[in-house]
Write a protein that binds this ligand. Structure first.
Ligand code: PEP
Ligand code: MG
Length: 547
């Protein structure tokens, strides 16, 4: 079977023919007056509102409603007005319109992460506006038979127009894990893959097998390929439903399962799936939601709201990881050529030292009087000196369990010295993978390379785990890799003690781990570490784990 790879954003296996959704584009000049442009924009907002009203899927409804608000935003009208000042018929308004939208997009892109992915909303509004002005709006897309929807990216209005009861899976060339395609697919409970290079080159009608869990697309699969993948998927789901309680391997070995959270709602979700606590409390949200640094009192209130639901449980707080994919405008103010390699995470002590001091103070204060097992760690720790600096400062405010994220190759390779300074380590496999593989984690063109399955990444983790064992320090994983049941088993085999993941992934990982022995995890890890490629590592590990 040939295959294509992308980022799996909604699990499940589907088989069916391709139906390509072609986004119509045209460069013809559009003659219009400013009034006609504003009227068309009003109609776009009304269309979106109408679509939001009629669509049944709640998530798509919210997204369309938010887009309608963006289209009606007076600031957008003002920006377009600033470029169309004369009361005349412009021979071509297209460049004026695209320029004004570009300004808005640049502002969102500068915010990064979630906000950068919302630029697709502005593209969507702009395309609708240009289509309306040029009279090239598409007819509703009619699906008449169950199909796998393939597109460059699916906008909310594409999905609003599609009769999605016939959609078996969604596969798009662009987009990221929080794109609309991902959100809609999860809402529908169908498999989805984003960032799938090459998908648009396939012929309409080609039969595909889409594995949304693995992020893989197989062309013209055989019956036995289909059967084995469907079987694996069903077994995973059945096991997930059947196993409850603390994480345990088949031989009884205890595995600490934790959840990642960013706010009080995330903490409630972590508690509701029966984890032993939060393995990564991302504190960036509060800073991202604010125009200026939140005060210590604001921080204390926010941290308490996360600690309260976790009474009697572990909470691993991560200090501010501003920068790179999570820029906080008032902290990361200086332009960086290479932000992933720049002043981010604990390195901010170089430029915004007091922000980190105030945060440590707020974390310690918030935990007072709440019965939680508080662990605090710093992101992007690279050297023993940085680990020592963090540990000294955290201990000075009364924090007892201090740790570091191991997410740079330097920290992993030098873990015998780095971990000696602290109580624990936590692998941030999202960043560790991007740095070991020298591949931007946000660039979907490189998604075949940014995989923790790559033996180079697994070997790096193994080196750090061996150091941790010698020092008798505990290590966990809090990157996305912990949410992949097979990879979770391999990570345990390499020597990590806890796994922290999105709350939605916990039951499946718990279910799968209950079917494997520790000896199998170790064997799977050995085979994966010695493989030639990520693909081979995954195949070999799976074979061992499914024995
Ligand atoms: C990681 O890098 O794996 C991690 C957990 O942190 P983040 O994704 O927030 O950078
Ligand atoms: Mg990270």
């Amino acid at each position: 079977m040939n295959n294509l790879a992308g980022i799996g954003v909604s699990p499940g296996v589907a088989v069916g023919p391709i139906r390509r959704i072609v986004q119509v584009t045209s460069d013809e000049p559009i003659a219009a007056t400013p009034r006609e442009v504003f009227n068309a924009l009003e109609k776009v907002a009304a269309d979106l509102e109408n679509a939001a009203h009629h669509i049944e899927l709640d998530i798509a409804k919210d997204v369309l409603g938010a887009q309608a608000m963006m289209a009606g935003d007076p600031a957008l009208v003002e920006a377009i007005g600033a470029r169309l000042t004369d009361d005349i018929t412009y021979p071509d308004v297209r460049p004026h319109v695209t320029d004004s939208f570009s300004g808005f997009k640049a502002a969102l892109t500068a915010l990064g992460g979630y906000f950068a992915e919302r630029t697709a909303d502005l593209d969507e509004i702009m395309n609708r506006l240009l289509a309306k002005l040029s009279g090239t709006e598409q007819e509703a897309l009619v699906l008449t038979a169950p199909s796998i929807i393939v597109a460059e990216d699916l906008t909310p209005s594409d999905t609003a127009q599609l009769n999605l009861q016939f959609a078996l899976a969604l596969v798009v060339e662009k987009g990221g894990p929080t794109s609309h395609t991902a959100i809609v697919a999860r809402g529908l409970g169908i498999p989805a893959i984003v960032g799938c290079a090459g998908i648009l080159d396939l012929e309409e009608g080609t039969t595909l097998l889409v594995d949304g869990r693995e992020g893989k697309v197989y062309l013209n699969p055989t019956d036995s390929d289909i059967e084995s993948r469907q079987h694996r998927e069903e077994a995973l789901r059945a096991r997930a439903a059947a196993v409850v309680g603390p994480g345990r391997l088949k031989d009884g070995t205890h595995v600490t399962l934790l959840a990642n959270a960013g706010d009080a709602a995330g903490a409630l979700a972590a508690a509701s799936v029966g984890t032993e606590g939060i393995g990564l409390f991302r504190t960036e949200l509060l800073f991202l939601d604010s125009q200026t640094e939140p005060t210590v009192a604001e921080q204390v209130a926010m941290y308490k709201s996360v600690f309260e639901p976790m009474k009697g449980l572990r909470v691993v707080v991560r200090t501010l990881d501003a920068g790179s994919d999570k820029p906080v405008p008032y902290i990361n103010a200086i332009h960086e050529e290479n932000p992933a390699l720049g002043v981010r995470g604990w390195r901010l002590t170089r430029t915004s030292n007091d922000v980190l001091s105030r945060q440590l103070e707020a974390i310690a204060e918030a935990a007072k009087g709440i019965d939680i097992d508080l662990w605090v760690m710093a992101p992007m720790i690279n050297t023993p000196a940085e680990a020592q600096d963090f540990a000294t400062r955290a201990r000075a405010v009364g924090i007892k369990k201090v740790g570091v994220m191991i997410e740079t190759p330097a920290a992993a390779l030098h873990a015998d010295k780095v971990l000696a300074e602290v109580n624990f380590g936590s692998f941030g496999t999202n960043d560790l993978t991007q740095y070991v593989m020298a591949s931007d984690r946000l660039d979907s063109r490189l998604s075949d390379m940014t995989t923790t399955w790559h033996p180079a990444v697994l070997r790096t983790i193994q080196i750090a785990c061996n150091s941790a064992k010698t020092l008798n320090k505990s290590t966990g994983v809090c990157g996305e890799s912990a949410a992949n049941p097979y990879l979770a088993a391999v990570l345990l085999g390499l020597g990590v003690n806890s796994l922290s993941m999105a709350p939605s992934a916990v039951s499946e990982v718990r279910g799968f781990l209950s079917t494997v022995d520790f000896a199998q995890c170790v064997e799977a890890a050995n085979q994966a570490v010695n493989a030639m490629s990520a693909e081979e590592a995954e195949l070999l590990a799976k074979a061992v784990l499914e024995k």
